[in-house]
Ligand binder design. Structure first.
Ligand code: GUN
Length: 306
């Protein structure tokens, strides 16, 4: 079994990003990312801190905006509008979950699609579905694809089974891997919590991508011998022996699946670090789109545009 080291791969990609940021700076442009946190959701605080720290480490201009949990929708939309018009900001990420008084889809629709580094705006979702190389593609799906590419797992012609159908991961990763061209050309099946005979479906996978949000849901019986398993889940389970009182596990029962899989991502240290690396890459892409410095590495595949 080959352990896919997302942390090491992300570190390598971040080094490339640091170089590209320098190149852009030589053109007189500093790519800028604004991350907006509303309220004090504990996991979100950590995520936002990491995004801010890594963007600074890579030489980007980073703006962290923290708003109280009582912020009104109108105030948040005013902030989005300000950031949309701010030429120093090329990417905007509004961290979810948002408090209940705020309607997330409305916020997303009010982002400038060219600054939507999460790839959640309907225009970017549509562009991804159409195979438009200027689409900003959601970070976690891009991270999954890049992990496969960097690990030399053949995607073209492979049967990919995606478990989960969210707009955050399941749907976009399916669209991305079925696209024509490098990094795509897979045969994709999307299964979910209501799928009948799930183990029968998942056992057909050459590549199994799991984003269902249930701790250790995928067991050895779901996996064909030699398959590549990408575990997108991050779940806390009680573990009184740990200082924090919990530990993080994926949607895959790692120990038993690792015995059968050809390659597998760990949690933590698999997809997670790739998501942030792809956020940085998306911010560069957004910056290039906005400043006319866009040079697609591969016109057929948005995912490998640096
Ligand atoms: N919350 C958890 N993951 C994400 C993400 O990728 N983007 C945003 N905006 N919020 C999140």
């Amino acid at each position: 079994m080959n352990l896919i080291d997302g942390k090491a791969i992300a570190a390598r990609i971040n080094e490339e990003t640091r170089e590209r940021v320098l190149q852009l700076k030589r053109h007189g442009v500093t790519p800028g990312l604004a991350v907006v946190l509303v309220g004090d959701h504990p996991a979100s605080i950590v995520y936002v801190r990491n995004k801010d720290r890594i963007s600074q480490e890579l030489g980007l201009y980073s703006r962290k905006v923290e708003l109280p949990g009582t912020t009104s929708q109108a105030d948040l939309l005013r902030l989005v509008d300000e950031l949309n018009r701010d030429p120093q900001v090329h990417g905007i990420l509004v961290q979810s979950p948002l408090p209940p008084q705020i309607d997330e889809p409305t916020v997303v629709r009010n982002l400038d699609p060219l600054k939507d580094v999460d790839g959640f705006h309907p225009l970017n979702v549509g562009k991804l579905a159409m195979g438009d190389p200027t689409a900003l593609v959601p970070c976690t799906p891009r991270g999954c694809q890049r992990l496969l590419l960097e690990s030399n797992v053949p995607i073209s012609g492979a049967h990919v089974v995606v478990v989960g159908r969210s707009m955050l991961v399941g749907k976009p990763v399916a669209l991305l891997l079925m696209q024509k061209g490098p990094g795509g050309d897979a045969t994709v099946t999307v299964a979910h919590s209501r799928s009948r005979n799930l183990p029968e479906i998942t056992r057909q996978a050459d590549i199994l991508i799991v984003a269902i949000g249930q701790a250790q849901f995928i067991r050895a019986e779901h996996v064909r011998e030699g398959a590549t398993v990408i575990d997108v889940g991050i779940n806390r389970i009680n573990s009184p022996s740990r200082p924090a009182g919990y530990r993080l596990v994926g949607d895959v029962a790692f120990d038993e699946v690792a015995e059968k899989a050809g390659a597998i991502t760990p949690v933590p240290g698999g997809v997670g670090p790739m998501t942030i690396a792809m956020l940085m890459a998306n911010t560069l892409q957004a910056c290039r789109l906005q400043t006319g410095l866009h040079q697609p590495a591969s016109p057929t595949n948005p995912s490998i545009i640096p």
